[in-house]
Design a protein around this ligand. Structure first.
Ligand code: AMP
Length: 402
């Protein structure tokens, strides 16, 4: 049973439901939506509410207008994409509170969906202002929160509004929370985590939390260099390759915590050294003791590392993934990321591994590897996903709990 109300246990028939979605999607210079993922993922919630006989009023933020009305941040630009994804009329109202909204809600026809203006045109939204939340929910009977990707913010529409009305998690919020729970709170063991990316400093809290929770922790990407240096691999050239010299003690502490917690940490066994930071640059795969002293930077991990990582993953039942194993934006330095991701995807297809991924560049890295639709779950969230992995309480989730 879920820790919070879902659409299964809240009555919405004949009611006006306000849905806090996150349709903060990327757009090009002509306001064409370049990636509809966030819209597509909230559509099932809207459709289910409509099918259950609710009138749906959608609210969201879009960009960072910082409390000012700025036309480039108007949600009117997103209304056509929402209408297309939904297949029913979406009427845009150029405010999110006040008489205009109340009049529009009063006139709503059965299958119509209202989309209100960007919440962040009011600074009270990001300030978590309760009076603003009260004005917002004034027009609805039930409040549904589906914006997991904003759940790490105690904004008015994420927290106060939820407390003011009978409320529930939407389907996206529900599946995001359940997927993360299935990895960290009640996982099928053994659990492995792959953490890659550029810098140790941005993933400190995450690593500290993960070593206490998972059985195997794979550290790769640029941040692995700091760990290698900390364990005495002196061949890494700190001028060319990413090494955070001020993080060596921290890296050692993380390794120590892992040891105490019984978490096996997997570091690279070999690396791909490249003459340039560009695609198809001249490169070679070398063992850790043979890294050239000058003229090369480390952009990926090599075959031996890939074999080692996949052999460990093969023994696990659950895999959590955040961050690429190398510079995946530049071919062929996406090789380790692709190979390990494709290996995990094969096991997922066979039903032998549950794979959950998210946060920042991870989604593009997995899409580049062609596995984003094969993994068991890929989160739409960046910051919220990472904060969850760090073991922090998310205000927008906490407030939904019964
Ligand atoms: P993050 O946002 O911390 O997950 O980092 C993602 C970024 O790390 C991507 O842009 C990668 O290109 C970068 N990255 C991964 N491995 C390396 C590496 N060996 N050297 C430099 N950057 C890297």
């Amino acid at each position: 049973m879920s820790k919070f109300n879902t659409l299964d246990n809240i009555d919405v028939a004949g009611k006006t439901v306000m849905l806090r979605a996150d349709i903060n999607v990327p757009v090009d210079e002509n306001f064409n939506v370049t990636n509809t993922a966030r819209i597509d993922r909230t559509v099932p919630t809207i459709k289910e509410l409509q099918e259950k006989g609710a009138k749906v009023v959608v609210i969201s933020h879009f960009g960072r207008p910082k409390g000012e009305r700025k036309s480039e941040f108007s949600l009117s630009h997103i209304a056509p994409a929402l209408q297309k994804a939904l297949g029913s009329t979406v009427t845009f109202i150029d405010d999110c509170i006040g008489t205009k909204v109340a009049n529009a809600v009063a006139k709503m026809s059965d299958n119509e969906v209202l989309l209100l203006e960007n919440l962040r045109f009011y600074k009270e939204e990001t300030e978590g202002d309760v009076d603003f939340a009260r004005n917002l929910v004034d027009v609805c009977d039930v409040y549904v929160s589906d914006a997991f990707s904003t759940a790490h913010r105690a904004h008015a529409s994420m927290k106060a509004a939820v407390e003011l009305k009978p409320s529930a998690a939407g389907r996206l919020m529900q599946i995001e929370c359940e997927s993360l729970d299935s990895v960290l709170s009640a996982p099928v063991k053994p659990v492995a985590a792959v953490v890659g990316g550029a810098k140790v400093s941005s993933k400190l809290e995450l690593l500290n939390n993960l070593v206490k929770k998972v059985d195997v922790l794979v550290i790769s990407g640029g941040m692995a260099h700091t760990f290698l240096k900390a364990t005495g691999v002196d061949t890494i050239n700190t001028d060319n390759s990413l090494v955070q010299m001020d993080m060596l003690d921290t890296a050692r502490e993380i390794l120590e915590t892992a040891k105490t917690a019984g978490c096996e940490v997997i570091l690279p066994k070999d690396v791909v050294a490249s003459k340039d930071f560009k695609a198809h640059a001249e490169h070679m795969t070398v063992a850790l003791d043979s890294i050239p002293a000058t003229g090369y930077e480390l952009l990926d991990v090599g075959e031996k590392s890939i074999e080692n990582i996949t052999s460990k993953i093969a023994n696990c039942k659950t895999l959590l993934w955040n961050g690429p194993l190398g510079v995946f934006e530049l071919e062929p330095f996406d090789k380790a990321t692709n190979k390990v991701a494709q290996f995990a995807a094969e096991l997922t297809k066979k039903g032998e591994l549950k794979t959950v991924a998210g946060g920042g560049d991870t989604v593009s890295a997995l899409a580049n590897a062609g596995v984003d639709t094969i993994f068991s779950y890929v989160s739409t969230a960046g910051g919220a996903f990472l904060e969850w992995l760090e073991g922090k309480e998310l205000p927008g989730v906490k407030v939904l709990e019964k």
